[in-house]
Design a protein around this ligand. Sequence first.
Ligand code: ASP
Length: 320
Amino acid sequence: MYFSTFKLKMMRPITLAIHGGAGTLLKGNMTSEKEKVYKDALASALEQGYAILDANGTAVEAVEVAVKALEDSPLFNAGKGSVFTAEGTHEMDAAIMDGNTLNAGAVSLITGIKNPVSLAREVMEKSEHVFLAGEGAMQFAEDHGFALEDAAYFHDELRHKQWLAIRGSDSFQLDHSDKKDSKFGTVGAVALDAHGDIAAATSTGGMTNKKWGRVGDSPMIGAGNYANNATCAVSCTGSGEFFIRGVVAYDVSCLMEYKGMTLQEAADEVIQKRIVAIGGDGGLIAVDVHGNSTMSFNTEGMYRAKKDSFGTHEISIYKE
Ligand code: ASP
C-alpha cells in the first residue's frame, strides 16, 4: 500500500511555467546586469511556486504564489510595478482559474491592492461571483480584510517618466513603448500539480495612460486567462484588445478539445497565425494535465521560465 502510494506520487508529473510579459526584447538592448536582475526575479518566482507543487500543494496555490512574487517586483507591469493611468493612478486587473472545478475569479479597475491575484482568488473562493470591478471590487476587498497600500508603494520612477512623456495626450501604450518597440509587462503563471489538476493566473497594470475604465484581456476569463483539466491552462500577455477579440486562451483550449491538437500545436496556431492575422502581438504560456508546457510568442522576446519534474529548468528572455 505504502509502495503503491509512493509510486503513484513518483509517477505524477508537476509543471510550472511563468511569464513577465512579451515584447521587443532584444539582446543588444539590454546590459548583462539588467538581464541578470530580470532572470533573478523570474527564478525567485519560479522557485516559490514550484516549492508549493513539490510539497504536494495545489496548482491554484502555486500559480497564486508565483504571480504574487512577480507582482511584488517593480520590474513587471503588475502589482508594485503597475503602469500609470491617464489620471496618474494605478488600476490593476487580475484573474485566476481552477481547471479541476472550472471555478474562476477576476477583478479589474482596482487600486491600492498589493496583490490583485489574491483578491481574484478571494472572489473565486469566497463569493458567488466570478468578476468584480471598480468600486464594488474595492468594497469586497475591504469587507474581506484586504489592506490598502498608499500611492508611494506603486510609484516607480521609470514608469512615472514613461507616463509623463505621453500625459495629457490621447495616446496610450502597452507597458511603456509604442508598437514598434512594445513591451507587455503583464505577469502570469500556469501549473500542473501532483493531484493531476491545472490552474492559471494572470495579473496586470494594463496600459500606460489608459483611461475611460479601459480593461484588457488579462482579467477576462477565456481571453487572457483560462484553465480546464480537459484541455489546458493558459495565461496570456500582449495587445489586450486583440487578445479579447481573438478569445485567445479559450481558443487554445477549443483547438485541443474540438480539433484534437496537441498543446504546442494549439498554442502556435493561435499565437503564430490567428492573432497575427488580426494584427495582435504577444504570447502565452500553457500546460496540460500530462505535464506538457509551451511558451509561444510572436514578439522578439518574452520574460519566461519553467520547471518540471521531467528535469526541465529554463529561464529565458529572447527568442532562441
Ligand atoms: N495584455 C495586457 C493588457 O492589454 C497588457 C500586457 O500583456 O502587458 O492589459
